[in-house]
Design a protein around this ligand. Structure first.
Ligand SMILES: NC(=O)C1=CN([C@@H]2O[C@H](COP(=O)(O)OP(=O)(O)OC[C@H]3O[C@@H](n4cnc5c(N)ncnc54)[C@H](OP(=O)(O)O)[C@@H]3O)[C@@H](O)[C@H]2O)C=CC1
Ligand SMILES: O=C(O)[C@H](O)CS(=O)(=O)O
Length: 493
């Protein structure tokens, strides 16, 4: 990209040292050179700064530093590790505004939403600062008079993490929190479009007292650095958040070294509104579930199924409510919907709408690029959507709400489950029996009942089928970074 113009992010920060044009390799900060990789503001295309294009040797150095630091870190008490995490949490919240400004500059989401992500991201550090001390083992009744059985939980060791651009803070802390709490080390490769949020987290981690070498942040070619991380036998776990396509590729790359895997992949969430639902509540829930981060989340409502009795009123209310919300630059006051991340994302949205209308859908609202041009798109509502359209099968990852009409519960459960994905799902009904019947029948890792937002550190986040493996957050999240060790004590007469 030619450097059209620069965006002066430092001028917006209270602590400009958080914006560091460098990568962290073990305990070494490596500054970007003039040939570094440009990071741009998705709203304007302006250059925010540069990061270094690291080499395979840099990645190997980070892994070696992690292996060394991890041994001493695991030897510290869980309470001690928790106290360092607590200090990291306190620093994140003390710098919430600056971290949010960095996030909005490189990812585009409106500043209030970015501040919300910082608090959400920090909540995983808060949660696992406490969970660190609950890695309980077992003492099991022996299988012979002279035997005693102990089960220990020990950290997996060195963890590689690869994260996406859509939540450039929270997708990192949702992995780093349990990893460090368990006594692991982490080598992180953040998304190339949003590295500065990750680098700022590393700056604060150093200040919190995280030992040198325990946390590296690598920037550069995903393919090149990913190849080193997945091939290294020192790396005992890969935790990845991103597309199912890349997740499957990384799964295969990890196979020769039999790594533990955590995969948070793509979604195709159904959002079901029954005739007996509170329609106003369902509209508010749909706006959160569909349009949070301008539709760029893996748990976004990708298909909205509305029962025939309330279909028209729901469509009318949704369109009316959306018309009151503003699209624009994430730093502009009053903006609810920011830009899409890049031109490729805009093209996918346009293709999905064109495909749907060509097959008979109608545009109830929006349906075209926003007057601001570039990466901005009008919030869109499509009606008359059917299962043969691309929006039914593919993740749109943009501000498009396709409304499907249905008649019966059996029909909508079958339709909702007719996908390779199984991450999040949502339903609105005031009938308790219906809420249980449908929740239990939906083939998904998460179900929101009368709510459009399920993500929280206290609950296990994750999916089934092509949406991934493992869970992040909750008391279960720590186990994904621990190994069980069985001690059999004999000769105890
Ligand atoms: N389940 C969940 O929690 C989430 C799922 N997603 C899914 O991810 C997709 C959108 O996010 P997006 O970032 O485009 O996803 P991608 O899968 O393209 O990228 C995710 C991360 O993987 C890296 N990557 C890409 N190719 C390789 C490779 N060959 N080897 C190693 N690393 C690689 C990227 O690096 P680089 O940036 O350098 O390309 C980035 O850091 C959607 O499908 C969405 O549903 C997104 C967020 C959360
Ligand atoms: O990247 C994502 O889509 C996140 O997992 C969404 S959430 O955790 O903020 O719901």
């Amino acid at each position: 990209m030619t450097e059209l113009h620069r965006f002066d992010l430092r001028a917006r920060l209270s602590d400009a040292s958080l914006l560091r044009e460098a990568a962290l390799v073990g305990s070494r900060w490596i500054a970007a050179s003039k040939s570094g990789l440009a990071v741009t503001n998705p709203s304007t295309g302006a250059v925010i700064g540069h990061v270094p294009d690291l080499t395979p040797a840099d990645a190997e150095e980070a892994i070696a530093a992690a292996a060394l630091a991890q041994k001493a870190w695991a030897a510290r008490t869980a309470k001690d590790r928790g106290q360092v995490l607590r200090r990291w949490y306190d620093l994140m919240m003390a710098h919430q505004d600056d971290l949010a400004a960095i996030l909005t500059a490189e990812q585009g989401k409106p500043l209030p939403e970015a501040k919300g992500e910082i608090a959400y991201g920090a909540s995983f550090i808060d949660w696992f600062a406490e969970e660190a001390r609950r890695a309980y083992g077992d003492i099991v009744p022996g299988h012979a008079p002279d035997k005693r059985i102990l089960v220990l939980k020990q950290p997996i060791g060195v963890v590689a993490a690869i994260t996406p651009w859509n939540f450039p803070n929270a997708m990192i802390t949702r992995k780093a929190g349990p990893a460090f709490a368990a006594g692991c080390a982490m080598v992180l490769k953040p998304a190339s479009q949003t590295p500065f949020s990750a680098i700022a987290l590393a700056v604060l981690a150093e200040r919190a007292g995280l030992p040198a070498g325990l946390f590296s942040v690598l920037t550069g070619s995903a393919r090149v650095l990913g190849a080193v991380l997945t091939a290294s036998p020192v790396v005992r776990k890969l935790t990845f958040t991103g597309s199912t396509e890349v997740g499957a590729q990384l799964y295969a790359q990890c196979a020769p070294t039999i790594k533990r895997l955590g995969l948070e992949l793509g979604g195709n969430a159904p959002f079901i509104v029954f005739d007996d639902a509170d329609v106003d509540a369902a509209v508010e829930g749909a706006i959160i579930a569909k349009f949070r981060n301008n539709g760029q989340t893996c748990v976004c409502a990708n298909r909205i199924y509305v029962q025939a009795g309330v279909y028209d009123v729901f469509a009318e209310k949704l369109a009316a409510r959306l018309s009151t919300l503003q699209t624009g630059d994430g730093f502009a006051p009053g903006v609810t919907f920011g830009p899409l991340i890049d031109g490729k994302a805009v093209q996918k949205v346009a293709e999905h709408i064109a495909d749907a209308t060509a097959k008979g859908a109608s545009v109830r609202l929006g349906g075209r690029p926003h007057a601001l041009g570039g990466t901005f798109w009008e919030p869109t509502v499509l009606t008359g959507v059917t299962a043969d359209m691309a929006v039914a099968r593919e993740e749109t990852f943009g501000p498009v709400a396709p409304l499907f009409r249905f008649e019966t519960e059996a029909e909508v459960v079958a339709a909702a489950n007719d996908t390779e994905f199984g991450l999040a799902s949502y339903l609105y009904t005031r009938d308790l029996a219906c809420s249980f019947r449908v929740s239990e029948a939906l083939e998904y890792g998460m179900v929101g009942v009368n709510t459009g937002l399920v993500s929280t550190a206290e609950a296990p986040f994750g999916g089934v089928k092509s949406s991934g493996l493992g869970r992040e957050g909750s008391r279960h999240g720590l186990d994904d970074f621990l190994e069980l060790k069985y001690l059999c004590l004999g000769g105890i007469e």
